[in-house]
Design a protein around this ligand. Structure first.
Ligand SMILES: [Zn+2]
Length: 260
């Protein structure tokens, strides 16, 4: 496990220490957003599963917002084709994604975020007995097997934001699984029925990654704070030939994952 603390070099800019002059606070502008709670963000601990394109963008946003703690799990290695859209540099090539991302995030920290990285898939991290307790999970792997495992493991206790992109780089989705409510199987039954084949070397592009990551960041805030949201599933299509989907999915009685 690799561990870092990511903060501004000059502690005088940290918000809580300069209440007398809020304009000198690094988090001042987001604190002005209705429902945004910086003290919640300061204390928030998130587990990020998958350090690829989505994981990189999402973690970058969380560091900028000043999240308290971030644990990253990914067993994959950085490849050359990742550099066009993932948070890696030439010197990261052929190294582990979780530890490389953690190292690259250090410079992005503004609020003393504690970053931990595990160079393994989440199944191994949990089976090794690692404490994965957290306030919210972000599940951005490249396979449904991991999504199903994460859905079952955290469904009783912890909200999970699931996210993924399609194999044509045309659409992506966000689904928020809250304890006891609809699970990923209720939202995407084909994922549970093994009807979505993993497919290596599919098209991928950074514009879609940016859009979906922004929705994930908003989903985190609106799950743990009072920023308002009236959907738990949202799917965006880049070209607009298919309209955006936004809905509130309910628990399904015939769900292969969470019913019975
Ligand atoms: Zn379900």
């Amino acid at each position: 496990m690799t561990k870092y603390t990511a903060s501004l070099k000059s502690s005088k800019f940290i918000s809580r220490q300069v209440k007398s002059d809020p304009h000198e606070s690094v988090t001042d502008r987001q604190e002005r957003i209705h429902g945004f709670d910086q003290s919640r963000m300061d204390r928030l601990v998130s587990l990020l599963i998958g350090a690829g394109g989505l994981g990189g963008e999402i973690s970058h946003g969380l560091l900028k917002k000043g999240i308290g703690g971030l644990t990253i799990s990914d067993e994959d290695t950085v490849e050359l084709s990742n550099l066009s859209r993932q948070f890696f540099y030439e010197e990261d090539l052929y190294k582990n994604k979780a530890t490389s991302l953690a190292r690259n995030l250090v410079k992005e920290g503004v609020n003393g975020t504690l970053i931990c990285a595990y160079p393994y898939m989440i199944q191994k991290v949990i089976e090794d007995g690692t404490d994965v307790n957290c306030d919210i999970v972000v599940c951005a792997p490249d396979n449904d097997e991991t999504r199903i495992y994460v859905s079952k493991y955290f469904h009783p206790s912890t909200p999970v934001i699931f996210t993924g992109l399609d194999q044509n780089a045309n659409t992506g989705y966000v689904f928020i699984q809250e304890p006891g409510k609809a699970c990923i199987g209720c939202a995407l039954p084909n994922a549970v029925n093994n009807e979505r084949e993993p497919c290596p070397n599919t098209p991928a592009v950074i514009d879609l990654v940016k859009i979906i990551s922004g929705l994930v960041l908003f989903s985190i805030d609106s799950t743990v704070m009072k920023r308002k949201r009236n959907w738990n599933f949202r799917q965006v299509f880049l070209g607009g030939f298919v309209p955006e989907t936004m809905k509130d999915i309910e628990k399904r009685k015939d769900c292969a994952l969470c019913s019975g």
